[in-house]
Design a protein around this ligand. Structure first.
Ligand code: ADP
Ligand code: MG
Length: 592
């Protein structure tokens, strides 16, 4: 960003939400590092000396020349906007031109800065932002800002702050949030001369996340970018190009791999800034409904990149809240993005590891072996095109019919091959990246649950089921989920409609009794799915297994069953080859 600092005209100053933004250590760090990022820095080092009330931030950004340094700490002086109209095209993190100025009234401010091709200067500012001392210094291009004696002139403010430990926690949180939004930046944070936080740059938010959320590994996450090419038309694409209007980037923790006991990792960023968005949070929670164990919350980070005219950052001084035009539209798009991220498609299937010499040798050797059988398993008809089968995700197919979401799935479909059943319980599935062990009962439960949700049907049963000794709450519960039930004599009840899936079952009576014990409609649907899914211990032939695997793979939430249990154990070729130490090239005698 070219830094020509100007003082904003009065009429623009009046438009800006003004209030004290610097009220803590974390706020100072936020303002200084945001300035570094606006200056294009790729390396930021923060030094904290809490007991001395001192903070220093050094960056390799564009720096400031002599003229800029004269103005930088004056009131309402900024290089980022110049007119009222600029407030609606904000591309930078800062724009009010107030932070450095406030710091001169709350602390001692020193700036060392050098714009490339210029000489560096060290400036000490007096109260109000006037330069009180200036000298030339030798330094690399960039800026080093030191704030000392913070709140020294307002002891009441100091006393009102939480303990240093708590303030440092807030600083850490601030840096983490900002780092996630700027993954290409290298960060170092020192506390009292000891390194405290070190974050290496990464290509995306998702690739950076494991450095911040230490128990999460890269394989536990799935990331996806949807581009908006024209109104209401988002497509999945890894390559950003100039045609896009906006995009949604999402990284989710796969529900079988990670979840949290608090909803602390559902986060939103808009144009590189984390924001509070309670309405969008609810959208995320409902998109993850019935994929996680009870009382657990997803890991989900969403980053919307939208044109600056659609955002008003001027809502509150800390810029953590914004007005987002068209909220319902964004809720729908986010829902769709999560839905897509949760599916199994060619993107989530890792590529086979075929690069090493040894793997190539193995491949060549395998081709000559006669162990490939001729049995060809025909994929079952796709329930989405087969009109007799219940349709999946009906609400979405109408909304986003142009989306090529099925495309990648279909290509994956044939690359999944059920090869064996183990202990009448697990299905071994081969795929290009290795193999899966799928638990047949819960995979089937997931398939049935989604079918039931999409096509919940109550059908008449003749003669009616007669139940006895139902309590008032039992009866009420059955009525609530829609069953036709009426008294049939003393302590007897006749049930005249039942869920379609249960009608032909011998244990229909017990199933209805189970449904009468509580829960909402969704809980009833889970119970029906669980009861009707194939049991563990049931022998399946290859066709049945293949059919189940393909149906499961097409579900919206293939990672977990509706109770949140993981469905499949993945053994990737990359880890198998490590385990079997295939990189030890030991020669022919060992059979490679
Ligand atoms: P704002 O960020 O809202 O413009 P600030 O008071 O934070 O206001 O900063 C005033 C100006 O000082 C900025 O507009 C920018 O031009 C300059 N500036 C501040 N910090 C840096 C930095 N680290 N590198 C380069 N320029 C900076
Ligand atoms: Mg600023």
């Amino acid at each position: 960003m070219a830094t020509t600092i100007q003082t904003l005209p009065q009429e623009v100053v009046h438009l800006i939400t003004a209030s004290e933004v610097i009220d803590s250590f974390a706020a100072v760090v936020r303002e200084l590092v945001e300035n570094s990022l606006d200056a294009g820095a790729t390396r930021i080092v923060v030094y904290l000396y809490p007991e001395q009330w001192r903070i220093r931030v050094a960056d390799n950004g564009c720096g400031m020349n002599y003229d800029d340094l004269q103005l930088s700490a004056s009131a309402h002086s900024t290089s980022k906007i110049h007119s009222g109209a600029d407030l609606f095209r904000i591309h930078s993190l800062g724009f009010r031109g107030e932070a450095l100025h406030s710091l001169t009234t709350l602390a001692d401010l020193e700036i060392m800065s050098r714009a490339s091709h210029n000489c560096g200067f060290r400036v000490i500012y007096g109260n109000g932002g006037k330069i009180s001392q200036i000298e030339a210094v030798a330094m690399a291009p960039g800026t080093v800002i030191t704030v000392s004696n913070l709140f020294g002139n307002c002891p009441v403010r100091r006393q009102g702050l939480p303990s240093f430990a708590q303030q440092m926690k807030a600083v850490q949180e601030t840096i983490h949030q900002i780092a996630l939004c700027h993954p290409h930046v290298a960060w170092q944070v020192w506390q009292n001369e000891r390194i405290w936080i070190n974050i290496s740059p990464a290509p995306t938010m998702g690739k950076l996340l494991p450095q911040i959320l230490s128990r999460v590994r890269q394989g536990d996450l799935h990331e996806l970018t949807l581009l908006e090419l024209s109104e209401n038309n988002f497509v999945e694409n890894k390559q950003l190009d100039s045609k896009f209007k906006s995009n949604i980037y999402i990284v989710i923790g796969l529900p079988d791999r990670c979840h949290r006991h608090r909803p602390d990792w559902v986060r939103f960023a808009i144009n590189k800034r984390m924001v509070k968005a309670t309405e969008l949070e609810q959208t995320v929670f409902s998109a993850f409904h019935r994929t996680l164990p009870r009382d657990r919350y997803p890991v989900c980070l969403l980053h919307l990149t939208i044109s600056p005219e659609q955002i008003n950052w001027n809502r509150n001084p800390a810029k953590t809240e914004i007005y987002l035009n068209n909220l319902t539209y964004w809720q729908q798009q986010i829902n769709q993005a999560i839905e897509q991220a949760l599916r199994i498609n060619s993107d989530t299937l890792p590529e086979a590891v075929q690069t090493s010499r040894v793997s190539k040798l193995i491949k060549a050797a395998e081709q000559q072996k006669p162990y490939r059988t001729n049995r060809s398993i025909q994929p079952q008809p796709n329930p989405k095109t087969d009109t007799s089968a219940p349709t999946q995700h009906s609400e979405l197919s109408t909304q986003n019919s142009q989306l090529p979401t099925q495309h990648s799935e279909l290509s994956t479909q044939n690359s999944l091959k059920a090869v064996a059943q183990v202990s009448n319980m697990y299905i071994v599935v081969e795929h290009p990246g290795g193999m899966w062990l799928v638990e047949q009962h819960i995979a089937h439960e997931r398939v049935l649950y989604e079918q039931i949700c999409d096509n919940w049907q109550l059908v008449a049963i003749e003669p009616p089921l007669i139940l006895y000794q139902l309590s008032f709450t039992n009866v009420e519960q059955l009525q609530r989920i829609g069953l036709d039930i009426e008294p049939f004599g003393e302590n007897l009840w006749a049930v005249r409609t039942v869920p379609a899936m249960l009608k032909a079952r011998e244990d229909c009576n017990q199933a209805i009794l189970e449904l009468s014990t509580g829960g909402d409609l969704k809980a009833a649907q889970v119970a029906v799915a669980c009861r009707t899914a194939i049991r563990n211990g049931t022998h399946l032939n290859l066709d049945e297994m293949q059919n189940l695997i393909e149906q499961w793979q097409r579900t919206r939430n293939p990672h977990t069953c509706p109770h949140g249990r993981p469905i499949c154990l993945s053994l990737l070729e990359s880890s198998l080859s490590k385990y079997f130490k295939r990189h030890w090239v030991v020669g022919k005698s060992h059979g490679i």
